[in-house]
Structures are given as structure tokens and as C-alpha cells.
Design a protein around this ligand. Sequence first.
Ligand code: AMP
Ligand code: GLY
Length: 433
Amino acid sequence: MNRILLVGNGAREHAICEALVKADDINLFAFMNKINPGIRKLSKEYYIGDLNDPEEIVKYAKTVKADFAVIGPETPLSKGVVDKLEDAEIPCASPNREMSRIEWSKVFTRNLMRENNIPGCPEFLVFSDKDDKKSIEQAICGFLKDHNNQVAIKPDYLTGGKGVKVWSDHLNSTEEVINYVNEVLTHGNKTVVLEEKFIKPTTLRNSEFTLQAMVSGTNIIPMPLVQDFKRAYNDDKGPNTGSMGSYSCADHKLPFLSDNEYDKAIAIMEKTAKALEQYKGILYGQFMLTDNGVQLIEYNSRFGDPEAMNVLPLLQDDFSKCCEEMIDNRLSKKTWLKEASVCVYLTPRGYPTQPEANKELIVNTAKLNVYNCKLYYASVDETPEGKILTTSSRAIGILGIGDSTKEAKVTAYEAVTAVSGDLHFRTDIAEGI
Ligand code: AMP
Ligand code: GLY
């Protein structure tokens, strides 16, 4: 099994490719929608196509005689690319459309948690466009009263992290809650979740954390914990982004989380895998520590971006073998370097509101090589002349590695100076950790 197809072309996929080709005998084939220069260099061949067209992906997978496939982003999963590849007898270390519902349907996930008594589930209501408008309004008013207005609204489809609206961050009156529910039901995907808002302890600036795991059926292998920084500007100000950076600690835990709370998060993931029965691939849990314990914000059916960059370089096992184990349902224990990591994302100036695309980026490789760091290309495009241009999304992830998060942070920020261009980045990733 050495011919591997990778679908996707972000920094997360660059990190996945690097982990896949660690073993000597791997032939990597990449299906991308733009040329990621990092992935291009690691691949035997690549193809530029539509990531959301399962037929085109299957055609390419057959052409290159892929032994198995790994899918990076969520949208191809929700379009059923795994189902189509498996129909063509190409196994995948990623979930099929039904299993990836854990990410693309918030209604499915909350119902699964409630029906299986999985801890970490908020109280919630589901509304559909078939419901009577007056009764929706009454139910919303009752729920707001019961929860002292502390609610979150989640459209029931993929929104790239931008569809969730939370009381006091985005919504400040009953009317705004009702209007947003109606807006989603009118323009969205016919169903919406209204749920209790989790409140972080007042002593913590940010109590959200990411737990990723390799999953095969009911067997889950957890990876080091990560915390990411979603807001565009320092001090967690500005609009939400895909994430501006992230960190992990050398002990693979996080400073604000006790062992008992860590175990609770693992137990929630284990119970979820048990309820799903047939999940295969990476499961990503976004959690929040609250005064009522560990709560689940959402699941993703893939690696996080940037969280993949924090964990994969520390994996001591061969990731291509891990994929085979997930496919064959024989996952075994994995080991991770006891090192910390800090990822800083470089984005085009003006990101995310008015990003300046088509600006050239220059990487000083000699300078970069001085540091214990890694560079992962994200949403860039490489011209036929070999120039690297920004697009409207994040451009480069720089990962610093070190014995402590502090050391990894210093390294990451020093390494950032090896990239020149019209760029924006946060200067406070992992500050105070
Ligand atoms: P999601 O797309 O579900 O990850 O939501 C995006 C962001 O909204 C999360 O990272 C949280 O900061 C916030 N969020 C989502 N659900 C809740 C909730 N029930 N309580 C508090 N914050 C939430
Ligand atoms: N870092 C958040 C995500 O990958 O969805």
C-alpha cells in the first residue's frame, strides 16, 4: 500500500503530506484546486481539479491506481467523495458522507449526544422551516427566558465556522435571535439549532480547546491537545477567521485543564465513537471548559487547520501506517515527541475582510533552516514561473518547535522573519503560556 491519494491543498494538507511521505517507499498523488508548492514538491504527481467533484476525484484516483486516499477538507466529505472512492474499491482513511454528518449537521450531532446520554451536550431546540412561525417565536422566547438569554444559534450545514451566532458576541436582543433563526430557515438548509451558550470561567481568557483523535470504529487514539486563536487581531479582537495560530504543550495537555477534565473530554469522544459505531478517520472535538465541566462545542470530521500542524510533526509513528490501521480497523497505540509547538499563520494584508490577493511572497529558505521550525503553505498559488502569490485566504503557517511552549513561540516568531511580503499576522499567539 504505497500509492496514496491526498485531496486538498491547504497548510493542513501540506502537514498531512509531510507525515505521509515520512516512510521511504511512498508515492504520493495530490488532488488540489491550486498549486500548493509544498505539496507539489512532496508529490510524485499532482492534478488540479474541483475538490468538491467526487467523480473527478475518483477518476484521478483510478488513473494513478491509488491504494488508498486521505481527504483533508470537510466539503468533499459532505459531498460523499469517500462513498464514491469506496464504490471504486479505493479505501479511505476518512469518514463517508453518513459518518461525516458529525460535522455537517449540528442537528445530527446534538441529537446523537442527547439520545446516547453523552456528557457535554447543552440543552437545545431544533427548528425546521416546516414549523409554524408563531410557535417558533414562542419557543425561542421561552428558551431565552430559561437560559437568561445565554444562547447560541447554529445553522444545520457547513458554514466554514462563520454561521454560528452567540448571545452578546453577535446577538443582543430577542428580536435579533428570532430574525437570525428565520434568516437561516429561509436562506439556509431548512433546520437550525438553538442551544445553551457555554460560559467560560471568569478566571480564563480562553477556555476552548481541541482534541483530535484517530478513530476506527469504537477505538480512539487521542493526539496532543491544542488551543487555537480564531480572532483576526491581537487580544482576541476582530472578526473570526479559520484561525490565526495555535499551540500545544510538551506534556500534550493544556495549562488550564486538569487530568480529570482531560479524561472527561476523552470519554466524550469515546462515547461518540461508540454511538457512531462505524466512524473511520480523524475526529476533531472542539471543547470548552466551563464552571459546569467540559462541554462539547462541535465536532469536525477531519484534522483541524492549523491543529494538524501542531500534532503531525510530533507523531513518531509512520502516518501512512496509521491510515492503513484506521482503514483495517486495527488501530494501535501511538507515540508523540514530548515537545511543544506554536503555529503562527501569515495572511494577506487586510485578511479576513479585505484580503489583498495576488501579492508575491518570498521565503528565505536559508534563514528558515537556522530554526527548529517548519513552514506549511496554505492558500497560495504558484505561477508557472515559480512565484508564490497570495489568494484571499491564509497564506503560510510557520510552526516553531521546542522543549517548552515559550521556546517554540520564540522560534516561530523568529522564523516568521524569513518570509517577506505584504502580510498580516498576530503577534500574541501563545502569549503568557
Ligand atoms: P462552531 O462553528 O460550532 O465551532 O462555533 C464557532 C464558535 O462559536 C466556537 O468556537 C465558539 O467560540 C462559539 N460557540 C459555538 N457554540 C457555542 C456554545 N454553545 N456556547 C458558547 N460558544 C459557542
Ligand atoms: N481550527 C478550526 C478548524 O479547523 O475547523
